[in-house]
Design a protein around this ligand. Structure first.
Ligand code: GRF
Length: 224
């Protein structure tokens, strides 16, 4: 009989949210598979009323509120955030609808270990209200991006993107709903690639290991 294969320990993930937490739920679902290379050790919200907190608790996860308004500025808020993230021993931070800008100091401390999901094909349409702005601009293709976090908002090496067509009758809501479905697919994929060590950063680019087998998910069918 062969000796059992040694499996690498799962990466420990802290998920930061501010709101409903549907991307967090997609990560929870992925991490529920024991074969997934990462597990969530803490869900942290800067808002006590974030709906995602209830969802995380329902999934049996440890949740913490660190209210930015209780601190005198960004640095002390981030010091409390860092202390908690280090206390839970996180290897990776996933921002999932976390609505606070982070300082360059915090970002560099977590350089290439902190990822974010943004509802556009960055570098296009950084910032808020992406679906409205996409429709106003009349662009034909939209999507979402998982990227490493840098100090500039919605910038950083791109790990995975999903693109989809903008339909002539789309509203911001209908388009946003289709994008969100893709977000829920690409965030677990990007986390898996990172946790498996299949992503490395070269300058402004994230290079994905060519052997990553289900990379085709970044090319959903155009009918989607
Ligand atoms: C998502 O559209 C995400 O791309 C953006 O904020 C939204 C968060 O939604 N960063 P949810 O809280 O994950 O449902």
């Amino acid at each position: 009989m062969n000796a059992p294969q040694a499996t690498a320990p799962r990466k420990r993930v802290a998920v930061l949210i501010s709101g409903r937490g549907s991307n967090m739920e997609a990560l929870i679902a992925a991490c529920a598979d024991p074969a997934f290379p990462a597990g969530i050790v803490s869900v942290i919200s800067n808002r006590a009323d974030a709906k995602g907190l209830e969802r995380a608790q329902a999934a049996g996860l440890s949740t913490t509120v660190i209210d930015h308004k209780a601190f005198a500025g960004r640095e002390p808020f981030e010091a409390a955030l860092s202390a908690h993230i280090e206390a839970v021993g996180a290897d990776i931070i996933c921002l999932a609808g976390f609505m606070r800008l982070l300082t360059a100091g915090f970002v560099s401390r977590w350089q290439d270990r902190m990822i974010n999901i943004h509802p556009s094909l960055i570098p296009a349409f950084r910032g808020l209200h992406t679906h409205e702005r996409v429709i106003e601009a009349g662009v034909r293709v939209h999507g979402c991006t998982v990227h490493f976090v840098r100090a500039e908002m919605d910038e950083g090496p791109i790990i995975v993107q999903a693109a989809l067509p903008v339909r002539p009758d789309d509203t911001a809501d209908s388009l946003g709903a289709r994008v969100l479905t893709r977000e829920h697919q690409i965030y677990p994929l990007a986390l898996r690639l990172l946790a498996e060590g299949k992503v490395r950063v070269e300058g402004n680019r994230a290079i994905i290991d060519a052997a990553a087998d289900d990379i085709t998910l970044i090319n959903p069918p155009l009918s989607a």
